[in-house]
Design a protein around this ligand. Structure first.
Ligand SMILES: Cc1cc2nc3c(=O)[nH]c(=O)nc-3n(C[C@H](O)[C@H](O)[C@H](O)COP(=O)(O)OP(=O)(O)OC[C@H]3O[C@@H](n4cnc5c(N)ncnc54)[C@H](O)[C@@H]3O)c2cc1C
Length: 262
């Protein structure tokens, strides 16, 4: 039997700075005493890559540079305002979106630049229960909820009936046959079926996708997921997302910035 589920966002990893290498670089550049007040590897590395372009680690390395921004937040704020987006491509964060529909995954994979995806294979992973996200318009309507519940249950049952009919659980069943059948059965699963996708993206891409997908014009489920991504991003890498304004529209946050699409 399928149940109603909520999409979940997990942060699995993020690029880590290697202090030993950074020290070696600073020594090489002639600024061994340079340091940053960055509070995360993401903010530190973005600053280092940015400063390396103009040798702006201080005023002694490039005669054209007579003053530099002192703090990580000032430095990053200025690069965002100038639109120096490429420095935000160095750091990647690894997310996992669980219990998301194929409606969601299909929209997510349209964002090709700066991202990597690993999608649960419904060719290999056999569906048993059709779990699903209930959009507000359905959730708020008892009659519609009843229809959705009964159809999802019917489709869940069908998956199991087909598996029985093709004797997929028989001992020593050939895996190729299982795969072929599983792939055929998924055609009777709705787009709303809850599934999983891993998504890694660099900071520039994360910014772009938050801006596009928390927009009130975007679909409810993807707005919900990217509101969670934005919340994580703002709490972990504050200076990179410090320019974001949050406004609640139709019960979901919409993140906007004057530095759109850097
Ligand atoms: C509210 C909403 C409604 C939508 N409706 C539809 C719809 O009805 N039908 C539909 O097909 N899609 C729809 N989309 C998807 C949309 O058209 C984009 O394909 C999707 O959002 C990916 O964004 P992106 O193009 O910025 O690509 P990303 O991969 O996120 O790329 C980031 C940026 O890189 C640059 N870029 C990427 N690829 C190229 C390239 N090949 N050449 C040059 N520059 C490039 C662009 O500046 C792009 O904005 C919708 C999206 C939203 C948010």
């Amino acid at each position: 039997m399928g149940v109603v589920v909520e999409p979940k966002v997990f942060l699995l990893g993020e690029t880590q700075a290697n202090q030993e290498g950074i020290n070696q670089l600073l020594e090489h550049l002639g600024v061994p005493d340079w340091s940053s007040d960055a509070e995360s590897s993401a903010e530190l590395l973005t600053e280092i890559y940015g400063r390396s372009c103009y040798r702006s680690f201080g005023t002694t390395l490039n005669p054209n540079v007579t003053r530099v921004r002192k703090t990580n937040s000032d430095y990053i704020e200025n690069t965002l305002q100038k639109g120096d987006g490429s420095i935000f491509e160095h750091v990647t964060a690894n997310f996992f979106f669980a219990d998301v529909s194929r409606v969601f995954t299909h929209e997510l994979v349209r964002h090709r630049v700066g991202s990597a995806m690993s999608q649960e294979s419904l060719r290999y992973a056999r569906l048993t229960d059709i779990n699903w996200y209930a959009p507000t318009v359905i959730k708020e309507d008892n009659e519609a909820m009843k229809i959705y519940m009964s159809k999802m249950e019917e489709l869940s049952k069908l998956q199991n009936e087909l598996a029985d009919m093709f004797e997929l659980d028989q001992e020593d069943k050939n895996f190729t046959v299982k795969k072929e059948a599983t792939s055929a059965f998924r055609r009777l699963a709705p787009m709303g079926v809850a599934t999983n996708i891993g998504w890694s993206a660099n900071m520039r891409t994360i910014r772009h996708v938050i801006e596009m997908r928390t927009h009130p014009g975007a679909e409810e489920e993807i707005r919900l997921v990217f509101a969670k991504v934005a919340e994580i991003a703002i709490s972990k890498w504050g200076n990179i997302f410090a320019d974001y304004n949050k406004e609640i529209v139709d019960g979901l946050p919409w993140y906007t910035t004057t530095n759109r699409k850097v």
